[in-house]
Ligand binder design. Sequence first.
Ligand code: NDP
Length: 352
Amino acid sequence: MKRTDTEATEMEDGHKKIENVIIVGSGPAGYTAALYTARADLEPLVFEGFAWGGLLQQTTDVENYPGYPDGVMGPEMMQQFRDQAERFGTRFVTDDVSRVALSRDGGVHRVYVRDEEYLASSVVLAMGAEPRKLGAAGEEELASRGVSYCATCDAAFFRDKPALVVGGGDTAMEDATFLAKFASDVKIVHRRPEFRASAVMLNRARGADNIELLTPYTVERFEAGENGSLAKAVLAGSDGGEGPELEVAGAFIAIGHKPNSEIVKGQVDMDENGYVEVDGRSTRTNLAGVFAAGDLVDHTYRQAVTAAGSGCAAALDAEAYLRDSPPDPEAHWASEPAKVEAAGELAAGRYG
Ligand code: NDP
């Protein structure tokens, strides 16, 4: 039966349903986890966020997702991901999760949207990561019209055109080196004379004929040309002085990413940058029944297709967990409210 109810289900006797699996997040990882768990008859409940669909909702052409030989618009692709998950019975809550209280001992996990409480035997975390924004004037307006946060995705759109990369880390060097295969010339703009990037990646960028390093500068503003797309970047010296004006068609911001892990901070293990840690090649976090997938975990590849693959892995891991760790005799229903309360209070108490 296809279910579309999204309110926490309450039984006639007042007990709440314990979902098999709750998925938090709705990019390629979240929707793929939903598709697989739905097809395993686990009736997943997805908290897809008010702005559902993740970063691809802010993207135009996607040309590197296999199976779309003519490319596809990001929002259209996410609609298709969602439709496919829904076809097999996925239910959606189109709202933001306010907080979670994850059980430390494989008990019932709790997810809250404001005061509404949802219970689950397993949880897949797939909240993604956001590229850090520069905060330069014109950056937001020209996003997807020249300003990009993903060279792997967009470099090919700047064939034989001038481009710049902002940042001084490995991502900036890697982006510039990749971009240099397409663009006529690439300027790397960095705010300090010293680079954080590893020597090997810095030297590779330095060695390219069409890459130039400009320091110490920041981008003051991006300006559009007559066609409404990016035409110019105005730099400022990091000491506050003036900088050159660069005619560019593409600007790649590579100043790091920020995983959307605030709601699980202090509950699951994370690295020093806030990425959720998983056990080896699996999606298992340090908490039994809690899995993590996509850009929330991956600071290396960050592609829609790799996120989808990891969402699939999370679904398979959750399915195996539910199979091998069946809940108490109450099966899917919390017929011992006191026990559920205790698990929630334990989690809330420990994690504040
Ligand atoms: P990093 O945090 O290493 O570098 C971010 C860069 O952006 C820094 O140079 C920083 O400047 C600059 N920056 C940050 N904020 C601003 C701002 N507001 N304005 C201007 N510049 C800013 O991030 P990366 O994404 O480069 O790398 C993340 C991790 O991934 C690293 O561990 C890296 O080694 C790894 N990585 C490895 C790769 C590989 O091995 N193939 C490829 C890509 C990444 P400052 O230095 O002054 O702080």
